[in-house]
Design a protein around this ligand. Sequence first.
Ligand SMILES: Cc1cc2nc3c(=O)[nH]c(=O)nc-3n(C[C@H](O)[C@H](O)[C@H](O)COP(=O)(O)OP(=O)(O)OC[C@H]3O[C@@H](n4cnc5c(N)ncnc54)[C@H](O)[C@@H]3O)c2cc1C
Length: 349
Amino acid sequence: MIQETDAVVIGAGPVGLFQVFQLGLQGINAHLIDALPHAGGQCVELYGDKPIYDIPGIPVCTGRELAALLLKQIAPFKTQWHLNTLVSALTVQADGRLRVETTQGAQLLARTVFIAAGVGAFVPRTLKVEGIEPFVGSQVHYQRVPASVEVAGRHVVVHGGDEPAVALAVELAEQGAAARVSLLHRRDVFQAPDALLQRLQQLRDAQRLHVEAAQITGIETAGTRLTALLVVDPDGSTRPLALDLLVPVLGISPRLGPIADWGIAMDRKQLVVDTEAFRTSVPGIYAVGDINTYPGKRKLILCGFHEATLAAFGAAEALKGDKVALQYTTTSPRLHQLLGVAPAPSAAA
Ligand SMILES: Cc1cc2nc3c(=O)[nH]c(=O)nc-3n(C[C@H](O)[C@H](O)[C@H](O)COP(=O)(O)OP(=O)(O)OC[C@H]3O[C@@H](n4cnc5c(N)ncnc54)[C@H](O)[C@@H]3O)c2cc1C
């Protein structure tokens, strides 16, 4: 089913989130799409716990705290979220509207699209093992076990050596539903905070979590089922590691992906925009944040916030076919209504 909408924002990084806020102030509710299962883009994915010092009015906050504040700021608006969702296609229709297609099968028909795709979609690093691909989505799940997948009574192998892999294996073992939980990594050395490593050790001591220090070289199948991984131990011997579910947690990396195929003018992998409203070469499509380029561009969050503000004004004028007057959030009754806040004291007097 195709959903019609005034606006789609691609990317829920800091700039995409602020784009939703600025559209909200213009009375435009947006669909917001991100490949990740959470909002925050680079701020959460690349430096969640590190401090940022150059957000105006916030002397210091972490990447994760900034994302949380931006989420709070957009709470008054009716945003339709599409997480874990990659935008795969964007095409212009005969009537000028924009058709947005996602990997989850959603189809949106939008009057405006805001590409806030940063350095690209954050997607899981995939396992390079011959023959594994057909099992992705059934027995192989990247990064996490989807809620719809039953782990009870099954042997779950988590593959990876960093904190997210250790955390997932520990969580599954502590839940106790799986018949067996294994943590597979090429070496018996894991990069994780001490407290997590201690929990891992306790579970190993209690035989509730099994570490397999080995490298995957192949798979074994029976009919349509993946039955085992073929792994090589440090002594060079190969053996099967039977399993029901495999969860590779090998990290996330940005991929520009399909954006380059959308027919929008680009310069060195960036979308070329004007600086009046951050319009791209395709009418109705705007680009804000790290994904765009123009003379003097700086890849900073506050620059993206400025771009999102002017893009929202530009889109509002295009949708309305008329000028949009500037209003202050401090004093405008209309903006207070949109924000769901009480009128300012002077307006109430
Ligand atoms: C280590 C580090 C420190 C930094 N420190 C600072 C700092 O102190 N101050 C500062 O101002 N800036 C800093 N930056 C830069 C800042 O993080 C970026 O400018 C900012 O994140 C850009 O925001 P964005 O919303 O444009 O893109 P991003 O944060 O990259 O978010 C883009 C989002 O779009 C999603 N996406 C992309 N393509 C698709 C698609 N096809 N479908 C679905 N989703 C898609 C991605 O998954 C991602 O979540 C830092 C960057 C790094 C790496």
